[in-house]
Design a protein around this ligand. Structure first.
Ligand code: AHR
Length: 339
């Protein structure tokens, strides 16, 4: 009898112990569930960046990362290291991961139809930024936000016309030409194509302006330098260098100075981006016109991504505000650029 009682007591204690453990585990499990809900509430954005080829690009990446952190958006970031195939892989992994929104900077315009169709089949909206794409079905992406490269090219052309207008008017020689060298950005990229097109659109109506050399420096300072060594050897009479970005321009300045030439004086230089080093060069008279390409698009990108995640419509096309800085401006008023 006593033995039975002891046995019952023991069993009772075991049951109580198991209940306490279950209760403890249960509370913890609920706690875990709550934190999962909080995690699940956060929007997940897959962001495919093309690389880190320029100061502009690293600023652009930072801008998106900071904006995501500020807004509590979880950013899955991928650096494609300048390869379209890496970007396509990244987009596919975002689809497999079932992110809420995909944001990507297409390195070139073509070749996106299939992967974007896959994103659509998975129900994931896509925001294109900085560079544009060429797809058969325009509805494969929700919208674009970024730079107006055609306008940047036009602004470069207008500056060149303005700069040489008087010289040509004064000249008796109708055969006098303004010789232009163009440093092209990445081939097949919408920004390089737009800048080239806008520039030509303005100058084509003026037969005395001719482009004598145009090659891609891939938006890299090192290639800008290499190309400058080449074209400075090939031509003695260059009037203008139109460079699609500041990185390549800095390479050109270095090559010119090594040759004993004065950038901005011996040859007029027009450049795009407006990173701090180019503004400094403008102040020193080594560059004559700097056209801004605005990389600080992060806050607007994240706002649009949040709208897409909420199932809202966004504008098809959104250009960011950009300025032009001329050698004749009050240059001391330019605020620090931050890139
Ligand atoms: O797509 C924007 C361009 O890419 C910038 O002008 C250039 O600096 C960058 O690398």
């Amino acid at each position: 009898m006593y033995h039975d009682k002891k046995q019952i007591n023991k069993q009772f204690r075991i049951i109580i112990f198991i209940m306490i453990i279950c209760c403890f585990l249960g509370c913890n499990a609920r706690k875990k569930d709550f934190s999962q809900i909080e995690e699940e509430d956060r929007i997940i954005v897959g962001f495919s960046q093309i690389g880190a080829e320029s100061a502009w690009r690293t600023c652009n990446t930072r801008s998106v990362q900071n904006a995501a952190a500020d807004q509590g958006v979880q950013l899955v970031y991928d650096n494609a290291e300048q390869k379209q195939e890496n970007q396509i892989k990244a987009l596919r992994s975002f689809i497999a991961y079932q992110v809420d929104v995909i944001v990507f900077v297409p390195i070139v315009t073509d070749g996106w139809d299939n992967v974007l169709q896959e994103a659509r089949d998975a129900g994931i909206p896509v925001l294109v930024t900085d560079r544009k794409i060429d797809v058969v079905d325009q509805s494969l992406y929700a919208g674009f936000i970024g730079t107006d490269s055609l306008k940047e090219g036009r602004n470069a052309g207008l500056f060149v016309l303005d700069k040489f207008e008087n010289k040509l008017e004064r000249s008796e020689n109708t055969e006098e030409y303004i010789n232009i060298v163009e440093l092209f950005g990445t081939e097949g990229s919408s920004v390089a194509l737009g800048r080239a097109e806008g520039f030509r659109e303005v100058l084509n109506a003026h037969p005395n302006y001719r482009i004598i050399y145009s090659k891609s420096g891939d938006f890299l300072r090192s290639k800008g330098y290499e190309l400058a060594v080449e074209f400075l050897d090939m031509y003695e009479d260059i009037d203008v260098i139109f460079s699609h970005n500041d990185g390549m321009t800095l390479g050109v300045i270095e090559a010119m100075e090594e040759k004993g030439l004065l950038p901005g004086t011996d040859i007029v230089i027009v450049t795009i981006d407006a990173q701090q080093a180019a503004i400094d060069a403008l102040r020193e008279g080594k560059v004559n016109c700097v056209i801004e390409c605005n990389p600080k698009t992060g806050p607007e990108i994240i706002k649009l991504a949040q709208k897409l995640a909420a199932g809202e419509q966004i504008p098809r096309l959104q250009y960011v505000h950009e300025e032009v800085f001329y050698e004749t401006d009050e240059l001391s008023l330019i605020e620090p650029r931050g890139y």
